[in-house]
Write a protein that binds this ligand. Structure first.
Ligand code: ZN
Length: 195
């Protein structure tokens, strides 16, 4: 069997008119050491995501968020335990990445940010053809949301320094699916240009 080598992160130039970024699940339960499903490498992605968002906001490109959001008897708790419980501190987006007024936060029930949400509607309404996907967990909600966008023929771009997972293998597995299956592009926060 051939060994998978993660493709190199490449520079990308995107137009503000048809590009958006989605910040996936950067919530206290995943990104804060006191969170119930803490991803230890997620805090180091926060300043990089922040600088990427600054670029998007400066250019006028759209910024979206997903927020994992469960009721108290959600069946997902049988897999992961209680997390992102609606209305709790754990479900809140981390302070450093709080959405700006007017930015859409898509509350989601499953790994896929499109499932049962209005995300599709927002992207098509604004003519989004390129979606930059950042956040956590790389092989779970980031991958499912990126994949779901790609299935709709939206081009996906994933800055490798802005995603995090529980293991190196999980991270690589996500990069494999993003590039091989969904034909997405791996880039880096400092290599994304938006104008
Ligand atoms: Zn969940």
């Amino acid at each position: 069997m051939a060994e998978f080598v993660v493709p190199e992160a490449v520079p990308v130039r995107l137009s503000r008119a048809d590009t958006a970024v989605v910040v996936v699940d950067m919530q206290n339960d995943f990104c804060h050491p006191k969170g119930s499903l803490f991803v230890p490498t997620s805090p180091e992605t926060i300043p990089r995501i922040r600088s990427l968002l600054d670029k998007f906001r400066r250019s006028g490109a759209r910024v979206f968020y997903t927020q994992d959001w469960h009721g108290k008897d959600d069946p997902e708790f049988s897999i992961w335990g209680v997390h992102a419980l609606e209305g709790t501190w754990g479900a809140e987006i981390v302070d450093e990445l709080k959405p700006f007024p007017g930015e859409v936060v898509v509350k989601k029930l499953r790994y896929d940010g499109f499932y049962g949400t209005a995300f599709d509607h927002y992207l098509s309404m604004h003519g989004v053809k390129n979606l930059v996907v950042v956040g956590t967990v790389a092989n779970i909600c980031v991958l499912h949301t990126a994949g779901s966008a790609a299935l709709r023929w939206i081009k996906i771009f994933v800055p490798v320094d802005c995603v995090s997972a529980l293991t190196e293998f999980d991270l690589k597995a996500a990069f494999r699916q993003i590039t091989f299956l969904y034909r997405g592009t791996l880039t880096r926060s400092d290599l994304v240009e938006i104008a």
